[in-house]
Design a protein. Structure first.
Length: 445
């Protein structure tokens, strides 16, 4: 697959591949960057099977180093700036032998031996590997080990040439999916320096971006900011979202604000990669999943998948596979014929006196309120009920805590069952989503 991609790059040598700030780089520039990195890496002792921690963001240097390392059949641990403070943890868990810092242009030895059974499988197969870490919000991050050729295989068929903005992170499975899809189709990928609503909209306007892959939390921020009205987004054709649950109100507001745009829900995990999906409509959270080499089923209300792009396993956690090879996602779903609707992580469900509460359902309703910028719903221990529903809210404007609490309860009464209405509402002035665009749900204050 790497041979095929490089052949496509050579055929599009004069075409723009990456745009970063005031600089643009062609596919010829990318090929030269890949060759330069391969020479530097080889000179420093990086070879087939070496375990390399790759530090960087979406830049020509990082993309060039990534492809050079794959060509050398190295095992690559990706680390983006949002996770730089976890470098030591990632290096230890991943057993890195080298650190490549593309921002500093340095290659230095690391102190680990690169040994693990999953790495042995990659080395025996002569396949490059990619290691991705989960957000690790509740403890040590889980390290997923992928075969790079398996992740790349789905990009063999030629797709559409669409100018795309690289919104999701360099060490995020959806960010990699964006990168590989864009380059496999010799498209132009716009690399943002920061991911604020005005900057994202400015780049869409300036570079006539057609595709914005993002997350529900950012879509909500985009709508609240008014940035859509300050920029020309007429080039935008597709907005895809995933990573967390979408509030119905946010989806409907997005469809109204961007009536010329197709809004598509994507589904994927760090363990499986992204799957082909088709939303029922611009305002529906029901979607159809399918594609070659992909199977799914539902057992006890939980979604399971079996696909050719699934990881080999975790470096530091038990196997999440069933005996017949299905990955247990932990996502609770509803099914209606060919369509699936995701309700939330089973581990996030709040058990209130034997009744189940899905945080995403409550967040969706509270998120409709103009007084609310962000909301996170979670459970905390309760002596009688077992758990109580708690909502942490970032207000969109100055409002007295007592007024907001009253407004929230008034908004929810009659729309959901009484046991789902938060018993405690906490105002917050801190962001409620991570750099990976996941809602931060905490137990307690």
């Amino acid at each position: 697959m790497l041979d095929l991609l490089e052949e496509r790059f050579r055929g599009a040598a004069g075409k723009c591949a990456l745009v970063a700030g005031d600089n643009s780089f062609t596919y010829g520039d990318l090929l030269q960057e890949m060759a330069d990195w391969r020479e530097k890496l080889t000179a420093e002792g990086v070879s087939a099977g070496s375990v390399v921690l790759l530090k960087g963001d979406f830049t020509l240097a990082s993309v060039g180093a990534l492809f050079a390392l794959m060509r050398l059949e190295a095992i690559i641990i990706l680390l983006a700036p949002a996770s730089f403070e976890k470098e030591q943890e990632f290096s230890e868990v991943g057993r890195a032998q080298f650190v490549v810092d593309t921002m500093a242009g340095q290659i230095v030895p690391a102190s680990h031996d690169g040994s693990h059974l999953l790495y042995t499988k990659l080395r025996e197969a002569r396949e490059p590997g990619i290691v991705l870490f989960s957000s690790g919000s509740t403890g040590v991050s889980k390290a997923t080990v992928h075969s790079a050729p398996r992740l790349l295989q789905k990009f063999r068929p030629q797709g559409k040439d669409l100018r795309t903005l690289a919104f999701l992170l360099f060490d995020h499975i959806a960010g990699l999916d964006t990168l590989f899809y864009s380059l496999a189709n010799t498209s132009m990928l716009v690399l943002p320096a920061v991911r604020t609503p005005d900057e994202v909209c400015r780049l869409i306007d300036k570079h006539r971006v057609q595709v914005l892959p993002t997350a529900p939390s950012f879509i909500n921020l985009l709508l609240l900011s008014g940035a859509i009205e300050r920029h020309d987004l007429s080039s935008l054709e597709i907005v895809t979202y995933g990573s967390e649950m979408m509030a119905q109100g946010t989806l409907e507001r997005c469809a109204a604000a961007l009536p010329h745009v197709r809004i598509l829900q994507k589904y994927g995990t760090s363990e499986t990669g992204a799957f082909p999906t088709r939303s029922q409509s611009n305002t529906s959270t029901w979607l159809k999943l399918g594609g070659e080499g992909f199977e799914w089923r539902v057992r006890d209300g939980l979604f399971e998948t079996r696909t050719s792009s699934t990881m080999l396993g975790y470096l530091n956690a038990p196997s999440p596979f069933t005996e017949d090879g299905y990955f247990m996602t932990g996502d609770r779903v509803e099914v209606d014929g060919e369509y699936v609707r995701f309700l939330g992580r089973d581990s996030d469900i709040i058990n209130v006196g034997g009744q189940k509460v899905f945080p995403a359902e409550v967040e969706s309703l509270i998120g409709e309120m103009p007084e609310v910028s962000e909301v996170a719903v979670y459970g905390e221990p309760h002596a009688i009920l077992g758990a109580a529903v708690v909502a942490r809210i970032c207000p969109s404007a100055d409002i007295a805590p007592s007024e907001l609490r009253k407004a929230v309860r008034t908004h929810l009464v009659g729309r959901i069952e009484p046991y789902k209405i938060p018993q405690k509402i906490i105002l917050s002035d801190q962001p409620l989503t991570t750099d990976r665009f996941k809602t931060i749900r905490k137990v307690g204050e």
